[in-house]
Write a protein that binds this ligand. Structure first.
Ligand code: SF4
Length: 443
């Protein structure tokens, strides 16, 4: 994108377009008085454009993020992470949407996810599936059941991608997983994404040979010390090594972070985002942290109380706006990445409605994400009988495999309400060698 195509105001096709017109009304009607509007304006200084104001320094930084993203420093990313006021915040979101439209179009990819095993050998301090959590009823789906679920789902909607997710489960036979990948590809013609954690290079290779196209493995945090505290049974170096193996094998790679982890600060998040930029992941996920009561972090937060917990971690208040802002910056830094409007964000949006003061016309937090740089919605199609057992965090919508038809229709309605369409293709990365017209895909 050039300087010329960078527009400080909204394009007509922008789903946040109304903000440009009614931002002041929104602030006025939802914050109460005209004085609030004046105060919001006073939060910014500088450029006047027919009544709208934006901080010129923040605007210049946004422009630099578009034109010189590879040169951005951690300090500049930190500045981007803290927009001086709602006007800059909205400008950032709009810019992310424009960039997403320019690189990936305005449609939304629907992806179906099957959570096929909740066994995990790791002991991450924040996750409900950690091996020390004895309250979880563990399950494994047989490969036949995974294939059957996929075929049933595919009759309702031709998903372009099926995501097979599990904890790190060495007890799940590799041959059975390979079999499931092959069968699902044959039955649907869709892409298969795996999200099964840290494995050996040989296992990654075998699954790739079986037909797996993509792999999701979030590095969670790029800070070695914090990683070690939160994920004591593995190391950041090992995890990054796994990502390097996946890259070598020709997988399209998804990675990303959890935002708001205890001990995380803005400088760490800035470095996380720059790592995503430097690695050029094909998918980037920014999910808000939600403490699970049956984990050490959840216990800590409950014992210390919410306000104290936030006080110990003031830079990253995990709310909808901070998550959208971080995600929008990820869009600027990794323009071609697919980016989900995460389920966790939807959960946070049910409790935090502060975003409605500036975007009152959007249905929910995930819609806001789709209007601010995200372009993927994941639908959980795991059979309902496993519904309570895949509890990474509390409040997660329960698996709804038996009523998936309703979920699909709801997702479509939400997408159409944004003036967007459902993407008809598999949703491969637009980058070579996967991008359209390039068939040189390494198997
Ligand atoms: S975050 Fe992943 S690796 Fe860690 S305990 Fe949860 S499922 Fe296992």
């Amino acid at each position: 994108m050039t300087n010329r195509s960078f527009r400080p105001c909204l394009g007509l096709s922008d789903p946040l377009m109304n903000l440009g017109k009614c931002r002041e009304n929104s602030l006025e009607s939802h914050s109460g008085t005209a004085q609030n509007v004046a105060e919001a304006r006073n939060e910014t200084s500088g450029v006047q454009d027919k009544g709208r104001c934006i901080d010129p320094e923040y605007f210049a930084l946004l422009e630099r993020a578009i034109t010189h993203r590879k040169d951005l420093t951690p300090a500049e990313v930190m500045e981007l992470l803290t927009p001086p006021g709602p006007i800059e915040e909205i400008q950032l979101w709009q810019t992310a949407h424009q960039l997403r439209a320019a690189t990936l179009g305005e449609c939304v990819h629907l992806r179906a996810i099957i959570e096929f095993s909740n066994y995990c050998r790791q002991d991450c301090l924040y996750c409900g599936l950690r091996r020390s959590n004895s309250k979880v009823a563990r399950y494994r789906m047989r490969p036949e059941e995974m294939v059957e679920t996929t075929i049933k789902t595919h009759k309702l909607h031709s998903f372009g991608t099926y995501v097979l997710q599990s904890g790190e489960d060495p007890g799940y036979p590799l041959a059975e997983l390979e079999h499931a990948v092959k069968q699902i590809k044959e039955a649907t013609g869709a892409a298969v994404t795996l999200s099964t954690g840290e494995m050996t290079p040989e296992a990654y290779r075998a699954l790739r040979a079986a037909g797996a196209d993509r792999f999701l493995l979030k590095f969670e945090t790029s800070d070695t010390e914090l990683f070690q505290k939160l994920k004591p049974t593995t190391t950041l170096a090992h995890r990054l090594g796994c990502l390097a193996s996946l890259r070598q094998l020709g997988y399209q790679i998804g990675s990303g972070i959890i935002l708001g982890l205890t001990g995380q600060d803005l400088s760490i998040v800035a470095k996380d985002l720059l790592l995503c930029r430097d690695e050029g992941y094909e998918m980037v996920s920014i999910g808000p942290f939600i403490p699970h009561p049956d984990t050490p972090l959840g216990q800590y937060q409950m014992e210390s109380g919410l306000s104290e917990s936030l006080a110990s971690n003031p830079a990253i208040d995990t709310n909808v706006r901070s998550t959208i802002t971080t995600m929008a910056i990820a869009r600027l830094l990794v323009p071609h990445a697919h980016m989900p409007a995460t389920t966790a964000l939807g959960v946070v949006g049910k409790h935090d409605e502060s975003w409605k003061t500036i975007t009152p016309f959007l249905r929910d937090a995930r819609s806001l994400a789709l209007a601010a740089g995200a372009n993927v919605l994941m639908l959980d199609v795991t059979p309902a009988r496993y519904k309570e057992s895949y509890s990474i965090y509390p409040g997660k919508p329960q698996a709804d495999g038996d009523i998936i038809g309703n979920s699909i229709e709801q997702a479509k309605e939400d997408i159409y309400a944004l003036g967007m369409a459902v993407c008809p293709d598999r949703g491969d990365s637009p980058k070579p060698p996967w991008g359209r017209g390039n068939t040189h895909v390494k198997r």
